[in-house]
Design a protein around this ligand. Structure first.
Ligand SMILES: Cc1ncc(COP(=O)(O)O)c(C=O)c1O
Length: 342
């Protein structure tokens, strides 16, 4: 374990760094135990465990932030608790009471407080709750024993070199999720399948893939592990919830901020990738806990390129970025009651 005093909080990326304490709870014989806070460390697991053989596992991603006056905040943790349980149900695993989930998250953050990057570093303590089928099985069915763990990792700002746009490749080869599948659950299975497409796109010089719907290869779904937004005909459009996209908490918050605070008309609808190549589309960005608001500089499909706003972040993108990050650091008043103090 690296001691907090030996970490340069001003040069962190998004890489694993061990912190002091994790939470672990066990579901056995139909009930959860009371859980405990233990030193971060390895544990033993059966080679026949359901998660290793059939991918019965889910996760969440959250951030604890340090504010200017030294407080520690979480952004809408009750939404993560809700989505965690939605994902658990979809993967046939037991739910965990939302209040207990938030309480455990807060305590893990408090235990690892020394690892929270300072306000002026722009970093955060990333929080990773996981839940998986721990018990051994052979046939394709649910485990009978489950583990919930929560650990933390200090991470740097998403834009160490400033707020810059990324170049995306639209894929007509790979899709992320199909109707009736698990696209709207935060299950580990959805992520392993995107690694090869992402690697191939990176080798061609793109930051990520823009996935299209699996039925028509026409409508935009999402970007790697982030939701998609575009200004089209003066309205802020985002793909509607089809059951195949992960319903981001940042996405939901942006829809509120844009419509209620910035007076921008918002639309949740099918967006054809072809609309991005039209002049009516003036800017685009993606959103998520890790990505925050990431401007999209260009989209590319089979050699055809559309550059937005000369590759610079658009006006709406900048305004939403400033508003959202301002609220998250409590530099701007939290009128929606989104922030929870630890
Ligand atoms: C596939 C996918 N889409 C979108 C998001 C954005 O969701 P959120 O804003 O809740 O972080 C994430 C990250 O959690 C994700 O993994």
């Amino acid at each position: 374990m690296v001691e907090p005093k030996d970490i340069d909080f001003y040069s962190l990326g998004f890489n694993f760094i061990e912190t002091k304490t994790m939470f672990i709870a066990t579901h056995k014989d139909g009930k959860w135990d009371s859980g405990q806070f233990v030193p971060f460390g390895n544990f033993e697991i059966s080679p026949a465990s359901c998660v290793l053989n059939y991918g019965q596992g889910i996760f969440e991603g959250m951030k604890a932030l340090r504010t200017k006056n030294g407080d520690i905040t979480l952004f809408r943790p009750e939404e993560n608790a809700k989505r965690f349980n939605f994902s658990a149900k979809r993967m046939l695993m037991p739910e965990y009471e939302a209040d207990k989930f938030i309480d455990a998250v807060k305590k893990v953050v408090k235990e690892n407080e020394e690892y929270i990057p300072p306000y002026d570093s722009g970093g955060a303590l990333y929080i990773r709750p996981i839940l998986f089928g721990f018990g051994p099985i052979l046939g394709v069915h649910s485990a009978e024993e489950f583990k919930l763990m929560i650990f933390t990792v200090p991470v740097g700002p998403y834009f160490p070199e400033g707020f810059k746009g990324i170049n995306l490749e639209i894929s007509k080869v790979y899709t992320r999720a199909a109707p009736g599948g698990t696209g709207s659950a935060k299950t580990i299975c959805n992520y392993a399948g995107t690694m090869l497409p992402a690697k191939e796109a990176k080798a061609r010089g793109f930051a990520q893939i823009l996935f299209l719907d699996a039925v028509h290869l026409e409508h935009i779904e999402e970007v790697g592990a982030a939701n998609f937004f575009a200004m089209i005909n003066g309205k802020l459009a985002t793909p509607r919830k089809t059951g195949t996209i992960l319903e981001g908490i940042t996405r939901e918050s942006i829809l509120d901020l844009a419509s209620k605070q910035l007076g921008i008309e918002v639309e949740e609808r099918d967006i054809s990738y072809k609309e991005l190549f039209d002049n009516s589309c003036t800017e685009a960005f993606c959103s998520g806990t890790a990505a925050v608001i990431t401007p999209i500089a260009s989209v590319n499909l089979e050699g055809e390129e559309r550059i937005f706003n000369d590759g610079e972040p658009g006006e709406v993108t900048k305004r939403i970025y400033e508003l959202l990050t301002g609220i998250q650091r409590l530099d701007i008043e939290d009128i929606y009651g989104w922030m929870t103090k630890v």
